[in-house]
Write a protein that binds this ligand. Structure first.
Ligand SMILES: Cc1cc2nc3c(=O)[nH]c(=O)nc-3n(C[C@H](O)[C@H](O)[C@H](O)COP(=O)(O)OP(=O)(O)OC[C@H]3O[C@@H](n4cnc5c(N)ncnc54)[C@H](O)[C@@H]3O)c2cc1C
Length: 458
């Protein structure tokens, strides 16, 4: 009855026709939703939230549905798709800020910014909405240079579960005159309110860049090379990505190309990029010079140079390549740099003993400590029963925790990680988060698919 009453009062703002594209996420299958709302502005969002609360209906905000933690795939909630929230696009080129509605996609805003020589510099091989990027605090391949979404957000407009509309932050680069409450909503996975507008920090488009795919002599050579490049070029290092041989093979296969290396594929490759956002610097010559020195010192054994677009094409094809090979079991983790290889070795050995069919195809953003420790479960192998999959996940996360790492680096929180969050987050921290969520949503349970509230263990 509650849903019927909600639908009746929402009128044309809600529909029981829900196309399949709203139900299927990027990785973990389809869900189901009894209805879909597509508000066009913050007033309509507020109206829907008020009605949902009044009638005890749970709403699930959904952006471009590219998230990888099941946070926007409905499990019976009414969907609130943000795709029509596009009324605001206000560029301030002097302060290099953009005030923008959160239904815009990343590609759409960057297309509009390019003629002004500006960009919102989060780079990834998907095309998310601004709202989803805020709710998951997206990182991406250039995070080591530009930071994540949090670092590039100055203000938000949010609508709380009560329907109250709030502007949080003034959009100033310096502003210590209030608590930065907007930060609470970044990384909140749609559970604390619906973000309708954001003021984003923009960056100049690079004027010159140069990339290289490198074969380090061994894993022990990776960090010395990282230190060499960052000490020599500081902020010019705009990417330092790692790609294991299995991940690179999958990317090469899906792109239908040949190996970029003259020699055999190395066990682990690095994609590095230098870029400058001012004229007059030959970053390619700088990169070549540094790499020559790395060859001389024995850190490198092979390199593919001067094919930047093709090399980045390969990097961005990794996810698709892995999906082609079987069921992807993703782990979006981060670790202190000093602990990464120890974790990798230990986790790989444990998998070989306990789950020999799981193929480790890791890759990721080494420059910021991130690692997608992704596994492919081959199509021809019998599917992993749920209990075994849970054991596999627990085994990997226990090893991440033992090395001082995080079980969610940049993909945010969602139902996929609920049990891990409940088990691994210190009780005092969980309790504070639950109290914040309860304050913002009155009962902590009307919005989103992730629960900051008390876990089933409490
Ligand atoms: C091929 C591929 C590559 C990827 N690479 C990266 C990567 O390199 N780095 C990275 O960080 N991520 C990556 N991702 C993950 C994903 O793209 C990001 O998490 C993205 O930010 C999700 O945005 P979305 O619009 O698709 O959000 P959705 O998936 O629609 O939703 C994600 C969360 O945001 C909430 N939400 C959406 N809009 C709002 C709103 N307006 N207000 C409040 N809550 C909202 C939803 O309820 C949900 O909790 C990748 C994904 C794919 C498929």
């Amino acid at each position: 009855m509650t849903l019927e009453a909600f639908l009746l009062e929402a009128g044309p703002l809600a529909s029981t026709e829900v196309e399949a594209r709203y139900l299927s996420g990027s990785r973990y299958g389809a869900g189901q939703a009894p209805a879909l709302c597509r508000p066009a502005n913050a007033d309509e969002v507020a109206q829907l939230l008020r009605l949902a609360r009044q009638h005890g209906v749970r709403l699930l905000p959904q952006g471009a549905h590219t998230g990888l933690v099941k946070a926007a795939t409905p499990q019976g909630e009414v969907l609130l798709a943000t795709e029509r929230l596009k009324s605001v696009f206000e560029l301030d080129p002097l302060d290099r800020l953009l005030r923008v509605s959160t239904g815009f996609k990343l590609s759409e805003i960057n297309e509009r910014l390019a003629p002004h020589g500006l960009q919102f510099p989060i780079d990834l091989s998907a095309d998310p909405s601004i709202g989803g990027m805020l709710a998951h605090n997206t990182g991406g391949t250039r995070m080591c240079r530009y930071g994540d979404v949090r670092a590039n957000t100055l203000a938000l407009e949010v609508v709380l579960a009560s329907g109250e509309r709030l502007r949080l932050g003034r959009g100033l680069a310096k502003d210590n005159s209030q608590l930065a409450l907007q930060q609470l909503f970044i990384g909140s996975s749609g559970a604390l309110g619906v973000i309708t507008e954001a003021t984003l920090r923009l960056h100049p488009l690079p004027r010159a860049s140069a990339s290289a795919l490198l074969a380090p002599a061994s894993l022990d050579a990776v960090w010395p090379l990282y230190v060499r490049l960052t000490q020599a070029f500081g902020g010019l290092v705009s990417a330092f990505e790692g790609i294991s041989r299995h991940a690179l093979e999958a990317a090469i296969h899906v792109r239908g190309g040949a190996s970029p290396f003259a020699e055999a594929l190395p066990p682990y490759a690095l994609l590095v990029e230098l870029s400058a956002d001012f004229d007059g610097l030959d970053v390619r010559a700088l990169l070549h010079g540094a790499l020559e020195a790395a060859f001389e010192s024995g850190e490198l054994v092979d390199a593919a140079l001067d094919r930047d677009e093709a090399l980045w094409g390969l990097r961005h094809a990794v996810s698709e390549g892995l999906r082609e090979q079987g069921a992807v079991i993703g782990f979006d983790i981060s670790l202190p740099r000093r602990a990464l290889w120890a974790f990798r070795e230990e986790a790989t050995a444990w998998l070989a003993a306990e789950f020999p069919q799981a193929k480790v195809c890791d890759f990721g953003h080494l420059g910021d400590g991130g690692q997608h420790f992704n596994l492919v479960w081959p199509r021809q192998a019998p599917a992993l029963p749920d209990g075994e999959l849970a054991r596999l996940r627990e085994g990997i996360y226990a090893r991440v925790a033992a090395q001082g790492g995080s079980f969610s680096a940049e993909h945010g929180l969602g139902p996929l990680l609920q049990a891990t969050y409940d088990a691994l987050t210190p009780a005092a921290q969980r309790d504070l988060a639950a109290r914040v969520a309860a304050t913002l949503t009155d009962d902590g349970a009307a919005l989103g698919a992730f629960r900051f509230g008390p876990s089933s263990q409490d």
